[in-house]
Design a protein around this ligand. Structure first.
Ligand code: ZN
Ligand code: ZN
Length: 214
């Protein structure tokens, strides 16, 4: 297990469990308003802008091996509709629950609950260090899970016109009369391309002949 660099109690996402104490069953509720950390959300899709206000509600429960943290975060995420590319905002509420273990929990004489060979689980474990814990990884996971991978400005967003890129929501009757004319023009173009292709083919055949001669 890799312990983080020493936690800083001034970091708004670091919480202090000293008041709670190591008394199993003890409870503490707290709220905290924080500024969103950098890169919170799904990159290039939707996220909570850095510095945006986030409201945290936490319930800390002291248990034998650590502190069980249950909480809710509320914030406004900003992104872009995947269909019409208009900016959008989303009121986000994400719940989370995570166990922060005492690093010395197994040294306190209680029987070990887990088998000794669960090294893989250890990597995902979070720890209390000097009575502090860092909520940031938990918050990041909770926010990403609560965000849509394909955000839309509204469920029935019609998106953009495939031909000209116009926003169809602004112009429900949008259509192109010129389709037939353009199609005809394309067919004309295709005809002239065919002539070109014939030339290419004969060139290629000439190339093959040359190789065969050698
Ligand atoms: Zn849209
Ligand atoms: Zn169009």
């Amino acid at each position: 297990m890799a312990l983080n660099a020493r936690l800083d109690h001034r970091n708004p996402l670091v919480f202090d469990t000293h008041e709670l104490g190591r008394r199993p069953g003890a409870l503490q509720r707290l709220t905290r308003e924080i500024d969103a950390p950098k890169d919170l959300g799904i990159q290039e899709v939707i996220g909570v802008p850095e510095g945006a206000p986030m409201k945290l509600e936490l319930r800390l429960e002291s248990v034998m091996e650590g502190v069980l943290v249950t909480g809710t975060v509320r914030a406004t995420a900003k992104g872009e509709c995947v269909r019409c590319l208009e900016p959008l905002e989303l009121e986000l509420t994400a719940d989370f629950q995570e166990m922060f273990s005492y690093p010395d929990a197994d040294d306190r004489g209680r029987p070990k609950a887990e088998p000794a060979d669960d090294a893989e689980d250890d990597e995902d474990m979070l720890f209390i260090e000097d009575g502090l814990f860092d909520l940031e990884p938990v918050l990041r996971d909770a926010v990403v899970l609560a965000l849509p991978m394909q955000p839309v400005c509204r469920e029935d967003c019609p998106g953009l016109c495939a031909q000209c890129g116009a926003r169809l929501a602004d112009d429900p009757g949008h259509h192109h009369d010129a389709v037939d004319i353009r199609w005809a023009a394309l067919q004309g173009l295709a005809g002239s391309l065919e002539d070109g292709e014939k030339d290419d083919t004969s060139d290629a055949e000439a190339g093959v002949d040359e190789k065969q001669e050698k």
